[in-house]
Design a binder for this molecule. Structure first.
Ligand code: SF4
Length: 739
């Protein structure tokens, strides 16, 4: 019997009645997609679409970007500055002048009583670059605390540290265009389709045009691992063993690029001596990858005309994070894969402007990749700002992860948190709660008054969010793009730039240092500081308008540089520098990169009889960080509203655990209740939990610190699983979901 095809109803796209599209840049991840936000006749943001001119995303957006215009109206925004004598007491509304006067007086009181470094500042990777530069000026030049850091210590500190150790400077050497040229790609602990969907799309498109081997190193069968040619389910925390073994094979079989090593590196003898101990048979027993596969991967990588490695938190969030980055860099150096099309080390950054804080915030040094430890850098910045150079410390102070223990021991009495939420993001929640309760003065500056950490605050300052203000972000591939203002800030909330400028006026040095009134003024100062130096970070050829016309420019882009091109829609833009170190000259004293031996010391917390499961954590595509934004957006949160745990069905059967039920996880630090999702993605002795939820994974995480980067090992600890009362657990889940 023949069926006639029924007339199909055409797909209808709702007419949002967009009157005008405004250019801006996505404020979630570090991919750096250019977005256009659609405004209706009343100026209300009603739609988002990808910008087709932008080389990064070429008209596409992921699910977070598609709904980003909804961000302006979600719940929980703060409208007015709030103050109170003690945490938990009712808030009192105050004026901006009242709040900032009191804040300055409390900072001065604490510093006068306990010393300058007893007041601490922790910022974020979410501000605009001009805001980071201004906060650095305020923190280093006016307040003068050395205990100033960013929450980027939780995500990218190991990449920064590893780049500095290998190449003498921070700065990812590669770019997305390398996907178009590479002949072999290893993704280390990076689940692109969920973490950076548009970078994944760029990779996938390159692979569809020209097939090359994709090798994924990850203990879990992630979405990216499902698409891989070879998946290496490495034992958690042993990536360095695998890297050493790959280098062992390459050097033992003479597959290295000897000419490149001799011309551009130091330390090959020490590296060779170290990796001799990591023959594939020995290494396989430690890292869990069989010896044949190690040999196959080593040969594939070394024999490829160009090979590249990308990585994310699977490498960085480990006690061996910095070593892991150095290992990746060494693998690329010995195979001559740095600075050439398709041959590179490319850290995939987390937050939208984690790069901006690395470059300009002065958290770990002084602006423009300058060091506190170098007298000439201190003098240069002191002269530029017009203050005495002796005001600067001569070495870096505490990282974020050391600031909290210093509060615990009474060394730090006051804390200012800018757009960061340690009650959800830091390991060992119970310890963080106790720590925050010890503070004499805690200020939270955030767009959202309802972030969990605000419970412990004495003051709340309402900040504008994302495109309620204007300035730059730098993405993973060093591309500076511009966020244009699309909406006015809600209520009395203010741009962070304005807040920093106003607070600066209340300090003695704040009256000496010039704080430009406009973000463009701050950008011009940054340009001057980047101009004509020998460092790679040079933005002196950029202007805000040129950045928008080009849909982002990669640094270095020096004054007078010319690289004109036309965007697909015919705009005149410029291209910056896609790669660093193409000339084989690095930022070390003698211009040669460092090959550093990495003997492996196993200090991971490993499963045992009492705690028999590895706990692994990571992201899901619908959420961003601690859900302060995505947890309140129906179009995102409804896809992933519940803290859950991936568990292997065989392990669950052994324990009598059913799919969709709640269980309690217990570690040596604490416990957490989650819903079970059975999947073969995780091996029998491992569970995986998204890290976004409050009162969840970080109640149990260990957070042992990397010795170089001070980044916590979020991803490797041991837990056991217990049954819980299902009704009580369901009730807890409803309360916790909140929105
Ligand atoms: Fe935004 Fe990242 Fe998604 Fe691009 S991939 S739209 S930058 S969240």
């Amino acid at each position: 019997m023949l069926f006639r095809r029924k007339e199909q109803n055409p797909i209808r796209i709702a007419d949002k009645k967009v009157h005008e599209w405004k250019y801006t840049t996505c404020g979630y991840c570090s991919t750096g997609c250019s977005i256009e936000v659609g405004l209706d006749k009343n100026g209300k943001a009603v739609a988002s679409r990808g910008n087709a001119d932008a080389d990064v995303n070429r008209g596409k957006l992921c699910i977070k970007g598609i709904f980003e215009h909804e961000l302006f109206t979600i719940a929980g925004r703060g409208n007015k500055p709030l103050m109170r004598d003690k945490p938990y007491e009712p808030w009192t509304e105050t004026s901006w002048d009242g709040a900032l006067d009191y804040m300055a007086s409390e900072i001065k009181r604490i510093q006068a009583t306990y010393g300058r470094d007893s007041f601490s500042i922790v910022s974020t990777g979410q501000l605009l670059t001009e805001e980071f530069y201004t906060l650095g000026k305020l923190a280093r030049g006016c307040i003068g605390t050395n205990n100033y850091d960013g929450n980027t210590t939780l995500c990218m500190a190991s990449a920064v540290s590893g780049y500095k150790r290998s190449f003498g400077s921070d700065g990812p050497p590669g770019c997305y265009d390398d996907f178009e040229h590479t002949e072999c790609l290893i993704a280390w602990g990076s689940n692109l389709p969920e973490q950076h969907p548009i970078i994944y799309w760029r990779l996938k498109e390159a692979m569809e045009k020209r097939k090359f081997p994709l090798i994924v190193v990850d203990p879990r069968v992630t979405m990216l691992a499902q698409f891989a040619d070879i998946h290496l389910p490495v034992t958690p925390g042993t990536d360095v063993v695998l890297m050493n073994s790959l280098m062992h094979v390459i050097l033992a079989e003479g597959l290295e690029d000897r000419a490149y090593i001799e011309a551009h590196t130091n330390g090959i003898e020490a590296l060779e001596a170290c990796v001799k101990d990591y023959d594939p048979i020995t290494a396989s027993k430690l890292c869990g990858i069989d010896e044949d596969t190690i040999r196959v991967v080593a040969r594939l990588y070394a024999k490829a005309g160009a090979a590249m490695s990308i990585w994310t938190m699977g490498i960085n969030q480990s006690t061996h994070g910095s070593d892991g980055v150095v290992g990746i860099n060494s693998l690329n150096l010995i195979t001559g894969n740095i600075g050439k099309p398709g041959g590179t080390s490319l850290s995939i950054t987390g937050q939208c402007n984690a790069m901006g804080t690395r470059e300009w915030s002065s958290c770990s040094g002084l602006p423009g990749y300058r060091y506190l430890e170098k007298p000439e850098h201190r003098k240069e910045i002191a002269d530029f700002w017009g203050i005495d150079e002796s005001f600067f410390p001569t070495q870096r102070g505490l990282a974020e992860t050391d600031i909290f223990p210093a509060i615990e021991t009474g060394q730090i009495k006051g804390l200012w948190l800018v757009a960061t939420n340690p009650m959800t993001s830091m390991p060992n929640t119970a310890r963080i709660r106790k720590t925050l309760e010890k503070l004499e003065f805690l200020v939270i500056q955030d767009a959202y008054a309802d972030v969990e950490t605000t419970h412990y605050a004495h003051m709340y300052l309402p900040a504008a969010v994302w495109a309620e203000k204007e300035g730059c972000f730098t993405n993973t591939e060093r591309r500076v793009n511009i966020v244009r203002k699309v909406q006015e800030p809600v209520g009395e909330s203010k741009a962070d730039f304005w807040i920093f400028n106003q607070l600066a006026k209340r300090f003695e040095n704040g009256r000496k240092i010039h704080f430009p009134d406009t973000v463009e003024g701050a950008f011009n100062e940054m340009k001057q500081l980047s101009k004509g130096n020998t460092r790679t970070l040079d933005i002196s050829g950029m202007t805000h308008q040129l950045i928008e016309d080009s849909c982002g420019i990669q640094w270095p882009f020096r004054e007078g540089a010319e690289a004109p091109f036309q965007t697909p829609s015919g705009k005149n833009g410029v291209k910056g520098s896609p790669r660093l170190y193409s000339d084989g000259v690095f930022q070390t004293k003698d211009g040669r990169a460092n090959l550093i031996p990495l003997p492996f010391i196993n200090n991971n917390e490993v499963p045992c009889e009492q705690y028999p499961f590895w706990m692994n954590s990571g992201r899901v595509v619908e959420h961003f960080h601690t859900r302060t934004r995505t947890g309140k957006m129906g179009n995102l949160n409804k896809y992933s509203p519940t803290p859950y745990m991936e568990m292997n069905p065989d392990a669950a059967a052994e324990q009598g655990i059913q799919h969709g039920t709640y269980v309690r996880l217990v570690s040596r630090r604490g416990d957490a209740v989650v819903m079970v999702q059975l999947t073969q993605r995780v091996p029998r002795n491992m569970v995986f939990i998204p890290f976004h939820f409050f009162d969840c994974v970080n109640r149990v995480s260990l957070g042992l610190l990397d010795p170089h980067s001070r980044q916590p090992a979020f991803k490797q600890c041991a837990i056991r699983i217990e049954h819980v009362d299902q009704k009580l657990a369901a009730q807890l889940n409803v309360e916790r979901r909140g929105f």
